[in-house]
Design a binder for this molecule. Structure first.
Ligand SMILES: Cc1cc2nc3c(=O)[nH]c(=O)nc-3n(C[C@H](O)[C@H](O)[C@H](O)COP(=O)(O)OP(=O)(O)OC[C@H]3O[C@@H](n4cnc5c(N)ncnc54)[C@H](O)[C@@H]3O)c2cc1C
Length: 373
């Protein structure tokens, strides 16, 4: 009997399974991908897309085409509720989709700080495609006057965004007043050397860094901080850390402390063996997984194997999280900061290495003519 295998979200952790979708089809499965967009943007190159270093075509996967070319179906929509007893998914459009096996890779969301609300001139860094809209927003206004742009969030994403907004101004020969609102402390969870190199790189380019206070409110072009100071802005980029979507909690599925789909080492829901998940949207039992793309990328072959094994009643593989991983920051000026364990260095070579690794990853899954679009 044919079974319905449904992928929810075409994110980084699903790419291997989608690429080898024919293997699932050969094992008597109807395969469907549900995603709000036919494209998936690679976050590692997102800041470079913001600055114009990369064209959007270089940074995205045409997941709709990838699936359809391999005999699967694509539904442009988003899942808002899971009925795990009836094995159905409710979509934003009101449609329901049945499944025998489902895998979630729906990423994470950026919470608005304090009483700040969605506004036209505040762009969250997720989904990554927002960075393209942010770039267009800046380019439309940069000629008229000096813009004030605030980046809210002092983590790696905030650093990369501030540095890459600087590049837009530099390329255009214009000035942008950039303020990085870093909350308690810039890169507070990272080694001092990474922090001081980032600090120097940004401040040398006149990017202001505000530490020791959080944004409480955003209205009428002014950001109000906890200490009552006010920072004017024409546009703000929000990179205040990520949280898993409310979907799983709302659906009554077992979740981790932070609301991510709670999965065991087989990346399988702890209560429902037919539900799998990977990437930022999961919480791994007994671990605190950092929400970085590296984990999602490493979960790829495990999810592919386990979905196939579920169809064949085969043995599942375990995912063992890597305790340390490499991060390279794109500083926006053609330079990068390399960080792995105790090794930290800054320079052009670091960015070149990141560019090489990122392009290699893209090449593996850009199988639908993306670069020629
Ligand atoms: C600016 C920035 C730079 C970063 N750089 C790096 C880096 O260099 N290295 C690194 O390791 N990490 C980096 N990260 C972290 C990285 O973005 C995440 O860890 C990674 O994107 C997680 O991948 P994912 O596939 O789980 O989620 P995502 O990449 O967010 O993909 C989720 C997919 O699911 C879809 N979706 C969402 N909701 C639904 C729904 N309800 N129904 C159906 N589909 C849905 C989305 O449209 C999206 O396509 C960066 C993050 C940011 C913000």
């Amino acid at each position: 009997m044919e079974r319905n295998v449904v992928f929810v979200g075409g994110g980084h952790a699903h790419l291997t399974a989608l690429l080898h979708l024919k293997d699932l089809r050969d094992n008597n499965a109807q395969v469907t991908l549900i995603s709000p967009s036919g494209y998936h943007y690679y976050s590692g190159m997102g800041p470079g897309m913001l600055s114009g270093w990369y064209r959007p075509q270089e940074v995205r996967f045409h997941v709709k085409k990838m699936v359809e070319d391999r005999g699967g179906s694509f539904i442009e929509d988003a899942v808002i509720q899971v009925d795990a007893e009836k094995r159905t998914l409710l979509l934003v459009s009101g449609k329901t989709v049945p499944y025998d096996i489902v895998s979630f890779n729906t990423g994470s969301e950026i919470p608005f700080p304090g009483s700040a609300r969605v506004q036209d001139n505040i762009f969250t860094v997720k989904p990554i495609v927002n960075l393209l809209s942010a770039r267009e927003y800046i380019l439309r206004r940069i000629a008229d006057r000096q813009l004030h742009i605030s980046v809210i969030g002092g983590g790696p994403a905030g650093v990369e965004l501030a540095g890459n907004v600087w590049k837009i101004a530099d390329d255009a020969g214009k000035k942008i007043k950039i303020t990085l609102l870093a909350g308690t402390r810039l890169l507070k969870h990272l080694p001092d050397k990474v922090r001081s190199l980032c600090y120097r790189s940004l401040t040398e380019r006149s990017i202001a860094i505000v530490e020791g206070s959080h944004v409480r409110q955003a209205s009428d072009g002014a950001l109000t901080l906890d200490d009552d100071s006010v920072v004017p802005y024409d546009m703000a980029l929000l990179a205040t850390g990520v949280t898993p979507p409310a979907l799983f909690k709302r659906s009554g599925l077992p979740v981790g402390e932070d609301g991510g789909l709670l999965v065991n080492s087989f990346l399988q829901s702890v209560h429902f063996p037919e539900i799998f998940g990977g990437g930022d949207c999961i919480s791994l039992e007994h671990y605190r997984l950092p929400r970085v793309g590296v984990q999602a990328v490493r979960q790829n072959p495990i999810l592919y194997h386990n979905l196939l094994a579920s169809l064949r009643d085969g043995e599942l593989l375990e995912f063992f999280p890597q305790q340390t991983y490499l991060l390279i920051f794109n500083l926006g000026n053609g330079r990068g900061i390399f960080w792995r364990d105790n090794i930290v260095w800054e320079g052009r070579l670091a960015f070149r290495l990141k560019d090489y690794i990122d392009r290699k990853f893209m090449k593996k899954f850009q199988v639908s003519g993306e670069l020629a679009e």
